[in-house]
Design a protein around this ligand. Structure first.
Ligand code: GDP
Length: 610
């Protein structure tokens, strides 16, 4: 009974449909809400005034309009104010695109919600230990009357308040979610070991948090270890624009030992302070909307998903669309396996009852009727199939960027820059940033020395960035990942060429250019010294093929150390024209003798792009 009442009270999430009949142009409590441009006649009807009154108003303001003339937003606003109404334009969102619905609730309907926290940091700095320490502190065995279950998130009650922790540590899950358009995290806790300092994955985590615009709290961990040096950590973080409060910045830092349970309460206090500053609010009196944190096929109960409610309230009897599947919530439990009747904003719950397994990062929404849920799920499925079809032939690329800039649709280009040395990273970054102008901003979300990695691809995918490699090359694995994630990697060897290309992009035109086609890569397994001839690289072709006419470059740890031509290519003792993936070969590079084991020899050709 009680559930029903809540249900009736809840508002549906859909603001308007992309369907003429359902457009809402209404005078609602003094606010005229409209969704599209209107003619003078239409506006007059909506506002319940005579068209002649509107025409007269404009006439008195030295503007001649006719009854069938379409008014722009500014003019509609002017008329509304003239006739005593506020006005608001609502974007038309197709019902099946519910993740795009911008929910704007009246301030009076909003209630505080718990913060959602993700723990990130370098491997072995203590993320898992911290997550466990928080989960277990103050927890009396059996307190919740159930055996705990792993649902991907848990709620920590502290000083009468709740904090939701996502319990997969690290930035992979975080960026995988963002790559799918979901953002669930309000606060990132960055764990840095006091005896180790800022490490590559610390920097990656900072990049991810900044790209997502999520505030960071630094937990300086392992304070119990002799040699712990929190000052060093704070100084190193400053080089990455994470400025601690005591140095005038806005990042709170807490010294802890996750293993010895020291400083944990202080950290939780700090999270509550940050959460309060963020003024996190949602409206519980809506049908729930949120994101899938985890999903799996449970052998006993079928598709099972952990949902994080981000707005509204999910009831145990609701119909939901999750990703492209739908269902009725048959059973809803929390991390202690306790059956719940309802879940309010920021609460993670595990549900069963879906018709199929959704994906982590998918959005979900609850609907009043099964018919609605079924219908919307099927429309989403069709749309996804269409999108996938289109995406296969339409990789997001620099060309697309040019087009978007030309059409004035894009004002910011996100770039990830990987180079052979820290010095060149700084130099290229500085040169690129000089290209910023009033129309287009170049936003370098990561500039670092080192090979292009999988994490770069995920960050690029999550932020719609292009990756520029300067004197570095991606491995075959990373290249495939880039194709999978539809991320473009552009490689350059001369700063000038890279800058020129970006300059052209900003001006919105792309030249026909010489493009290189990578044929394949071979890994050096042995080096044979042959007198009078020199060093021959005994290789295994690990990707594509190597041709004897190709140009080659030698990569060591992802950086280019030599470029030139093949002198001889052999299969056993015979000269070969081409050696394909999975076969061994001997390569002698012209005028280059310093080949070593584990080097990668990459073969390529130059062609002209039409
Ligand atoms: P993760 O890779 O970041 O999840 O790191 P783990 O939580 O697995 O911790 C890595 C290692 O550091 C483990 O051996 C932990 O026991 C240890 N460790 C974690 N926190 C502390 C701490 O506060 N003090 C000390 N001395 N060791 C810690």
């Amino acid at each position: 009974m009680k559930d029903n009442r809540v249900k009736q009270k809840r508002e549906a999430n859909i603001v308007s449909k992309n369907n003429k009949k359902n457009e809402i142009n209404k005078v609602n409590g003094g606010v005229f809400v409209y969704t599209k441009a209107l003619t003078v006649g239409e506006l007059a009807k909506e506002l319940n005034v005579l068209p002649s009154e509107i025409i007269k108003y404009f006439f008195l303001n030295r503007k001649i309009v006719t009854i069938n003339q379409t008014l722009d937003d500014e003019s509609i606003g002017e008329v509304c104010l003239q006739f005593g109404y506020d006005f608001k334009k609502e974007e038309i969102v197709a019902e099946e695109d519910f993740e795009k619905v911008k929910i704007e609730d009246d301030e009076s309907l909003l209630k505080s919600r718990p913060a959602v926290v993700t723990v990130m940091g370098h491997v072995d700095h203590g993320k898992t230990t911290l997550i466990d320490a928080i989960r277990n502190s103050n927890l009396v065995a059996g307190e919740f009357g159930g055996i705990s279950q792993e649902i991907g998130a848990y709620i920590k009650e502290f000083k009468g308040q709740k904090i939701t922790f996502i319990d997969t540590p690290g930035h992979e899950a975080f960026s995988a979610m963002r790559a799918r358009g979901a953002s669930v995290t309000d606060i990132v806790v960055l764990v840095v070991a006091a005896d180790d300092g800022v490490m590559p994955q610390t920097i990656e985590a900072i990049d991810h948090a900044k790209a997502a615009n999520v505030p960071i709290i630094v937990a300086i961990n392992k304070m119990d270890v002799p040699g712990a040096n929190p000052e060093k950590v704070i100084n190193e973080l400053m080089q990455h624009d994470v400025i601690a409060e005591k140095y005038g910045g806005d990042v709170m830092t807490v010294e802890i030992s996750a293993k010895k349970n020291i400083g944990i309460e202080n950290l939780l206090d700090t999270i509550l302070v940050e959460a309060e500053m963020l003024e996190l609010k949602a409206n519980p009196d809506r049908y729930a909307i949120g994101t899938v944190l985890e999903a799996e096929l449970d052998p006993g109960c079928g598709p099972k998903a952990t949902l994080l409610v981000q707005n509204g309230t999910l009831l145990s009897s609701d119909y939901v669309v999750v990703g492209t599947v739908y269902g009725k919530v048959r059973r809803m439990t929390n991390e202690h396996n306790k059956v719940l009747k309802s879940a309010t904003p920021s609460i993670p719950v595990s549900i069963i009852g879906l018709s199929d397994v959704p994906l982590a990062g998918d959005s979900f929404m609850a609907f009043p009727t099964e018919k609605q849920a079924k219908d919307i799920a099927s429309r989403r499925k069709n749309k996804k199939i269409e999108e996938e079809r289109a995406a296969n032939t339409n990789i997001s690329s620099l060309d697309e960027l040019f087009d978007k800039i030309n059409e004035g649709q894009l004002a910011q280009i996100n770039i990830i820059l990987k180079t052979d040395s820290t010095g060149s990273a700084e130099a290229v970054k500085a040169s690129l940033e000089k290209l910023n102008n009033d129309q287009v901003k170049i936003n370098i979300i990561r500039a670092a020395a080192g090979a292009i990695s999988e994490s770069d691809i995920l960050l690029a995918s999550a932020s719609n960035a292009i990756i520029y490699g300067f004197n570095v090359r991606p491995s075959a694995f990373v290249k495939n990942k880039a194709i999978e994630e539809k991320v473009e990697i552009r490689l350059h060897r001369i700063i000038y060429a890279l800058i020129e290309e970006m300059e052209d992009a900003i001006k919105g035109h792309m030249k026909k250019e010489e493009v290189e086609k990578v044929l394949g890569q071979a890994e050096v397994r042995n080096v044979f010294k042959v007198s009078k001839v020199g060093n021959i690289a005994g290789c295994m072709v690990i990707d594509g093929s190597i041709k004897n006419t190709a140009k080659v470059r030698v990569l060591r740890d992802g950086s280019i150390i030599y470029e030139g031509d093949i002198d001889t290519l052999k299969r056993f003792k015979d000269d070969a024209k081409e050696v394909k993936q999975g076969f061994e070969c001997g390569i002698k590079i012209l005028n280059f003798n310093d080949v070593r084991e584990n080097d990668i020899i990459e073969a390529y050709e130059i062609t002209t792009k039409e």
